[in-house]
Design a protein around this ligand. Structure first.
Ligand SMILES: NC(=O)c1ccc[n+]([C@@H]2O[C@H](COP(=O)([O-])OP(=O)(O)OC[C@H]3O[C@@H](n4cnc5c(N)ncnc54)[C@H](O)[C@@H]3O)[C@@H](O)[C@H]2O)c1
Length: 446
């Protein structure tokens, strides 16, 4: 494993600062040599984290030096330790960050409630960050991620990897090229099963914490609750408000991403939500969120309406789509209705132009995929740039999470002031932009 001592020394000499000069995290992150290996530490190495870790480390320029997971068993930390021999291991990310001189970059693939609490201090230490989607658990945290990435000058990427896939890249180009004209309305949906919805409320029963699971560290910033097998760790935490944002939180940053990118959307003006009945514990079984965005160069009219639908079998109402009755919609994706035609962007498959008769001779120019993971690692080394950097990803996440705020105040049209980070006409909704943190685990804000 190479260290950065030589390049740091060179930088100090070249810049005339001298070794005694104080180097801030931001300036330190910019002196990284393009020919050096990136020293990676990964937090959350089971589930999607395993995929993230193996894909980033597929670059010959990445050395995995740190592994952190709250579950020491074979399917989680154990497997990573076997593959990445020599990497230091941790069960508490705070102890990993204590050894910050040992690594340059961090990937965060934990459940959603721990993204910001881990990524923010990592960025404050000058570490480049790859963080899973949705970027955060609250709207306020998403804004903090953007501010931190800017303040500390680090290279960032959210894990909405389909953005780099040929299908989404081609869809973005089709819209940007004006193939369907300016876009008048968008419908986006995820009609799949909520396989993780295993309870309707908090269980009365508890289970002993498995020997190799560090439950208190799993809970992290969330209020404590007893362990219950299968309901939370692993994967099924998605059902619970303390850890996730339900189906919209889970899929919004994927499915709305090509719409955001193609249309150049940033923040909505208003959002209105409705859903199945909610208690304080689990997310809804279906929801609808209606966003109104200001116009952009790629939209028609003064505003653009985008409606999100989720829930098993929930597709947008056919009579609002202006497409032929025999067009079969994918189980999840978006329909962009333009002035000259429509575009279906399935999640994940090649985009389809409609109506067939209009586009039957149209040659779609494919945009080849790029590597979302190695692209980040390369950008950390000064080679190229990321596309889902936190400046972009935080705006997308804020929008997605505003939908999950809106469904908790159903039927109210919430007015959003993005620059003030405020819902201006509902104190209840405004309060939901933030959340309380467990004592002793409060993040430090930018
Ligand atoms: N981009 C995608 O396509 C995609 C797909 C699946 C999941 N995800 C995202 O990846 C993240 C993880 O989801 P998952 O389905 O893999 O969840 P999971 O529960 O299956 O895995 C989470 C991993 O993190 C570990 N972990 C939990 N808390 C931790 C902590 N505080 N410190 C260190 N390790 C911790 C767990 O032991 C496990 O190894 C989520 O943010 C999810 O939204 C993204």
């Amino acid at each position: 494993m190479r260290t950065r001592t030589s390049s740091r020394r060179q930088f100090l000499q070249q810049s005339g600062l001298g070794a005694a000069s104080l180097l801030t995290a931001a300036s330190w992150s910019r002196v990284y040599g393009a020919n050096e290996n990136l020293r990676l530490a990964s937090v959350g190495v089971g589930g999607k984290g395993w995929d993230d870790l193996t894909r980033i480390s597929a670059s010959p320029k990445v050395a995995v030096v740190g592994l952190c997971d709250i579950d020491e068993s074979e399917s989680f930390l154990g497997r990573a330790v076997t593959k990445f021999k020599g990497a230091k291991t941790f069960t508490d990310w705070r102890r990993l960050l204590d050894q910050s001189k040992e690594f340059d970059a961090v990937s965060v693939s934990t459940p959603d409630h721990m993204h910001a609490p881990i990524a923010l201090p990592a960025m404050a230490l000058g570490k480049h960050v790859f963080c899973q989607k949705p970027l955060t658990h609250t709207v306020f945290e998403a804004r903090q991620m953007r501010l931190a990435a800017k303040k500390y000058g680090v290279v960032t990427q959210m894990g909405n990897q389909i953005q780099s896939h040929e299908a989404y890249r081609t869809a973005v180009k089709l819209v940007r090229d004006g193939t369907i004209g300016k876009v008048k309305e968008v419908h986006s949906w995820q009609s799949g099963k909520l396989g993780w919805m295993l309870a309707a409320d908090r269980p009365k029963e508890t289970d002993p914490v498995p020997e190799k699971v560090h439950w208190d560290e799993w809970l992290g910033v969330a209020p404590t609750r007893p362990f219950k097998a299968k309901l939370y760790h692993s994967f099924n935490w998605r059902a619970w408000q303390d850890f996730s944002n339900g189906q919209l939180g889970d899929f919004g940053c994927h499915i709305l991403d090509p719409v955001f990118m193609a249309l150049g959307l940033t923040a909505p003006l208003t959002v209105r939500g409705e859903s199945s009945a909610l208690n304080r514990e689990v997310w809804s079984t279906w929801s609808v969120a209606e966003y109104v965005f200001p116009s952009t160069d790629y939209t028609a009219g003064k505003t653009l309406k985008l409606t999100w639908y989720d829930g098993e079998g929930k597709l947008p109402p056919r009579d609002r789509l202006a497409i032929a009755a025999d067009v079969k919609l994918p189980g999840s994706g978006s329909l962009l209705i333009g002035e000259k035609g429509s575009l279906v962007i399935p999640h994940v498959a090649a985009p389809k132009l409609l109506p067939d008769a209009t586009f039957k001779d149209f040659k779609v120019e494919k945009v080849l995929a790029v590597d979302h993971y190695i692209g980040w690692a390369d950008a950390c080394r000064g080679v190229g740039k990321t596309t889902s950097h936190f400046d972009y990803a935080s705006a997308l996440t804020e929008t997605v999470l505003l939908g999950t705020v809106a469904i908790r105040v159903p039927g109210e049209t919430l007015k959003w002031d993005a620059s003030a980070l405020k819902v201006t006409n509902s104190k209840t909704a405004d309060a939901l932009l933030k959340k309380p943190y467990r004592k002793g685990w409060e993040p430090t804000w930018v």
